[in-house]
Design a binder for this molecule. Structure first.
Ligand code: ZN
Ligand code: ZN
Length: 677
């Protein structure tokens, strides 16, 4: 590894988000999409349709090349196209902001409904607060600034310069505090009594106006629309009108608007308020909205359906707007118009606008209008929350060679064992290099294949190519098994080149078991595998419950299968349950007998319980089966009429045999109290 200096790195100081302006959309987009059809009768994409190859190929099977970067499906990451909307629609993310502004603004002079003095005060307050002054300083500074605007502005600039040298000032007000102070100011600012303002309600993708009389003036310019609108039950604000209002508002009170909504400062276009509207819509590349085939029928992605919908209705609206004779319209459009709700042209135009707005809302955010949505997931839903792109795909991670299941007890397992279901064992694999010493065993495994236990899943050749063993092709498996030791021609002269067999998890393998929360070292321990052919759960002996803090009311355990000899060795000699007997915390024993084991030991050692020779020797043998020496037995407690051993004698025999021979016998005694309920 190189030294730290060679690693390129940067420190991020700040991060800001903004919206694309119309010009930027033009620059990014590779094609203006105008056709609402997808394929012609031969199944080719239409030029300028929603699958135009300029945006990159949609699927890999046609070997299409991207017309923009000339790469195939796998190398082209897709390019944006764009749609033009006949009239602007509201940006669905800014509906609330828009409503707020429109309701605070006077409909005559387009200034905020506050005294001019308060407006100026507000402007300076936010400015000073953002510059890092605290609340007390701000009030005096603001007074100074309001009284003499020109000088104040200069003094403020001076102060800012000073601040560059003296960074300590910034510490007095944290970013959070500034946020709360500003939001307080905003609230105060919005409480001012509203006169001569629009009362708006956003419903079904349009702004309805509540009190028409007071705001009649703004309709004067669009008298035609107004005349048509009389038939509608409630007048509404067209997007063009709203856009015009905001532009005027920016002209007269832009300074304050920028303070309230910093997003307006981010772009350099002439009318920053236009970002609240969408006139052009970016079309995401076809690659990310592929068609599905269900029972041989092509089903288009919801996103594509929405784009087509928008193009279709945009065409309609353009025809209606251009006031061409109805006879000149294409038949398809005429049919569409007939189906549309509304009697007059104006009403139809209005309805089309609603449809367009609804579709755009749906593409960007499907939560806005849940009733009429086509796509279940808008772009916003793809990104945000727990199941969004960031938290699920970028921050979350998956682990290979692992398994997870409910844990169940099994008193017949050894203390260091774990019972693994056969299904798991046949999915997990371990890479074993082929050598002359293990080749006969591996041949057998390869011939067994992926579905016969113990078998193998994959064979990797000397060059790293992986061949999946097919469950239904015995000939393939036999052929591969016979050539396990034969080197591929290109690798004959390579040293250490071997084939690798990915065999099933087998009895005696060591796996790491883990139960969350992983609070201490023994929360992960290595266990020896015993494959349980009939089980569907992980089986665990009782003794390890305390280490994992597990019970069997539905607790789940994670299993990790280590993938090289080093890790296996560490698992077997360091992490194994046998070496985790004492708590790292205070040295008290971790493993112990609980539940069934307690009941069994009570029943075993209760007074008057006797065993004949056969049972006595059997029980002792089970306990000491891994002892590699002659087992010493005790004389029976009762000789006549039959040789009988007491239960306590079984325990004594076991202890006797476990004491190391060469050492002195351990001397210990302790008292304990048992609570009897
Ligand atoms: Zn491309
Ligand atoms: Zn006014």
């Amino acid at each position: 590894m190189g030294s730290l200096k060679q690693i390129p790195h940067t420190r991020i100081e700040n991060l800001s988000f903004r919206l694309y302006s119309e010009e930027e959309i033009d620059k990014i987009s590779v094609i203006h999409i105008t056709k609402d059809e997808s394929f012609n009768s031969l199944g080719h994409y239409f030029d300028k349709g929603i699958y135009d190859l300029h945006m990159g190929p949609m699927t890999s099977h046609d070997n299409d090349l991207c017309k923009t970067c000339n790469s195939s499906y796998f190398y082209c990451s897709g390019h944006f196209g764009h749609l033009k909307l006949p009239s602007p629609v509201y940006h669905p993310f800014f509906i609330d902001v828009l409503k707020e502004i429109l309701q605070r603004v006077c409909t005559y002079c387009y200034r905020f409904q506050a005294s001019a003095k308060r407006g100026v005060e507000f402007f300076y307050e936010t400015k000073f607060l953002n510059a890092g002054f605290d609340k007390v300083e701000v009030s005096t500074l603001v007074q100074k600034a309001v009284n003499d605007p020109t000088e104040a502005a200069e003094s403020m600039l001076d102060e800012e310069d000073e601040e560059e040298n003296d960074r300590s000032r910034k510490k007095t007000t944290s970013v959070n505090e500034i946020g709360t102070i500003i939001s307080e100011l905003e609230k105060e600012f919005s409480k001012i009594k509203k006169t001569r303002v629009l009362r708006l309600r956003y419903q079904d993708t349009k702004f309805l106006i509540k009190n028409v009389k007071k705001s009649e003036s703004i309709f004067a310019t669009e008298e035609k629309v107004l005349q048509g609108l009389v038939s509608l039950t409630q007048p509404y604000l067209t997007t063009e009108q709203a856009m015009e209002m905001l532009r005027n508002c920016y002209k007269s009170d832009g300074r304050i608007l920028k303070c309230l909504y910093p997003v307006l400062c981010s772009s350099n276009i002439d009318n920053p308020t236009d970002i609240f509207f969408l006139k052009k819509l970016l079309v995401i590349p076809p690659k990310y909205r592929p068609c599905n085939t269900v029972h041989g029928r092509m089903i288009e992605n919801e996103m594509s359906v929405l784009y087509k919908y928008i193009i279709k209705w945009s065409k309609c609206l353009r025809f209606l707007k251009s006031s061409t004779e109805e006879s000149e319209m294409p038949e398809a459009l005429k049919f569409l118009l007939k189906e549309l709700k509304g009697d007059t042209i104006v009403e139809k135009r209005f309805n089309i606008m609603c449809l367009l707005q609804g579709s755009v809302d749906n593409i960007l955010d499907s939560e806005i209008n849940k009733l009429n949505r086509v796509a279940q997931k808008g772009i916003r839903q793809v990104i945000e929350k727990k199941f969004g792109l960031f938290r699920r795909n970028l921050m979350g991670k998956r682990v290979n060679y692992s398994a997870r299941s409910v844990a169940a007890p099994d008193p017949m397992l050894g203390v260091d064992e774990v019972g693994v279901p056969l299904d798991f064992a046949m999915k997990l694999s371990y890479p074993v290099p082929v050598t002359p010493w293990n080749v006969s065993k591996l041949r057998k495994l390869v011939q067994n294949g992926p579905t016969c236990f113990p078998g193998a899943l994959i064979v990797e050749d000397e060059e790293g190519r992986k061949i999946t063993l097919k469950a239904d092709d015995v000939k393939q498996r036999i052929a591969i098994s016979k050539s396990l030791l034969t080197r591929t021609e290109s690798c004959v002269k390579k040293v250490n080149a071997t084939k690798i067999v990915y065999r099933h998890l087998d009895n005696g393998d060591y796996v790491l078991m883990n139960r969350q929360p992983t609070l201490h070292k023994p929360s992960i321990q290595a266990h020896k595998v015993r494959v349980m052919p009939k089980d569907r759960v992980l089986r665990m002996p009782y003794a390890n419950c305390k280490a994992y803090n597990a019970d069997f009311d539905g607790d789940e355990l994670n299993l990790h299968f280590s993938q090289n000899e080093m890790a296996r060795s560490e698992a077997q000699h360091i992490i194994t349950t046998q070496n985790q007997y004492l708590t790292p915390k205070d040295g008290s024993p971790l493993a112990g007998l609980i539940q069934d084991c307690i009941v069994a030991s009570v029943m075993l050692t209760v007074r008057g319980k006797f065993f004949n020779k056969e049972d006595y020797q059997q029980l002792v043998y089970i306990a000491l089966s891994d002892l590699n020496r002659k087992i010493r037995l005790l004389k029976p407690a009762i000789l006549k009429p039959q040789q009988l051993w007491s239960g306590k004698q079984i325990i004594s025999t076991i202890l006797l045999n476990l004491i190391p021979e060469a050492l002195a016998k351990p001397t210990f005694n302790f008292k304990t109290t048992v609570k009897v309920e």
